[in-house]
Ligand binder design. Structure first.
Ligand SMILES: NC(=O)N[C@@H](CC(=O)O)C(=O)O
Ligand SMILES: [Zn+2]
Ligand SMILES: [Zn+2]
Length: 346
């Protein structure tokens, strides 16, 4: 039985770091294990222009714990006013790694997102030209579409037509939650990838709703039926290079989660790697953990893999904080509902 595993240092290809005190509180939990992260731009107000991205990157660098090396990979929030020239310049100077599409109203802080795709056609064409990936929050927001169907309907109504219209555009389907999304990735070519979160490998919709409502398991896209969780596990552990880790670690204070209308998001940064090792071990796929956490993402983005290694060692149950304190109040850490045995050492 394997009880030690050395892998390249992981990257997180979908992360929410927030800003201000929250940024300072959550950032060390990511930098403890991860070398790089794609930083989502859904701040209030959002990170829309290259100037916004530069300023946000500086705030992240200023918040880094001492003697920590970490590279935030910045993204721009696509709006109907985004200028193709600004995006191209930001890409050329190495400031941004991707642009993020939020359908307006789909998720946390998405009000400035896209409603009319004709308006963003020029910028998407430019991105296809220069090879800059588009990360998508893949859910339709139409009130007539059941929330559990929003991802599958997005693929048919929005994503597939968009990829046909903008041939050559590289797309990452973020935080996929359905078998349909995994199948869509498999059926297409190298211009398509998908991130999978830690929590969607662990919970299904019963965890949120059965026996009482559990707001800390509520995130978007919402967790689906068990068959979808199993499909995501199969995709993540398959070794297929188009699937890679994006934790979507999305901290909200308990006060904002535990409301009559609570925020969506699971905060997984502190225990993500221990959970993933447990999941991959359960799937007899520990030998593929490194592909998912450390190799496939860089390959998609055309970046070098990290030189540094981390070692995971199996032992007594791992202890991790139940919550992280911020000046706005505590943020509850995702509870995977099982003991974790894989300890991370750098
Ligand atoms: N995933 C979530 O449930 N929430 C994210 C937004 C997002 O990634 O859609 C957040 O910013 O809180
Ligand atoms: Zn999202
Ligand atoms: Zn997210």
């Amino acid at each position: 039985m394997t009880d030690t595993l050395s892998i390249r240092r992981p990257d997180d290809w979908h992360l929410h770091l927030r800003d201000g005190d929250m940024l300072r509180a959550v950032l060390p939990h990511t930098t403890a294990h991860f070398a790089r992260a794609i930083v989502m731009p859904n701040l209030v107000p959002p990170v829309v222009t290259s100037d916004d991205a530069r300023a946000y990157r500086d705030r992240i660098m200023a918040a880094l714990p001492e003697e920590t090396s970490f590279t935030p990979l910045m993204t721009l929030y696509l709006t109907e006013d985004t200028e193709p020239g600004d995006v191209a310049r930001a890409h050329a100077e190495g400031l941004i790694t991707a642009v993020k599409l939020y359908p307006a109203g789909a998720t946390t802080n998405s009000a400035s997102g896209v409603t009319d795709f004709d308006k963003v056609a020029p910028v998407l064409d430019k991105m296809a030209d220069i090879g800059l990936p588009l990360c998508t929050h893949g859910e339709v927001v139409d009130g007539d579409v059941d929330i559990f169907d929003r991802e599958a309907v997005f693929i048919d109504r929005v994503l597939d037509p968009l990829r046909k219209r903008h041939a050559g555009l590289r797309v990452v389907m973020e935080h996929i939650t359905t078998a349909q999304a995994a199948d869509y990735v498999r059926a297409h070519d190298k211009d398509l990838g998908a991130t999978i979160t830690t929590h969607h490998l662990v919970i299904n919709r019963n965890h949120i709703l059965a026996g009482g409502i559990r707001p800390h398991y509520y995130c978007l896209p919402v967790a689906k039926r068990e068959e979808h969780r199993l499909a995501l596990r199969a995709a993540a552990t398959s070794g297929d290079a188009r699937f890679f880790l994006g934790t979507d670690s999305a901290p909200h204070t308990d006060a904002n989660k535990l409301l009559p209308c609570g925020c969506a998001g699971c905060f997984t940064a502190p225990n993500t790697l221990s959970i993933l090792a447990e999941v991959f071990e359960q799937e007899n796929a520990l030998d593929r953990l490194e592909s998912f956490t450390s190799l496939n993402g860089p390959a998609f983005y055309g970046l070098p893999v990290n030189e540094a290694m981390i070692t995971l060692t199996k032992g007594d149950p791992v202890s991790y904080p139940g919550r992280v304190d911020t000046s706005d109040g505590p943020v509850t850490v995702f509870d995977p509902g099982m003991d974790l045995h894989w300890h991370v050492a750098l």
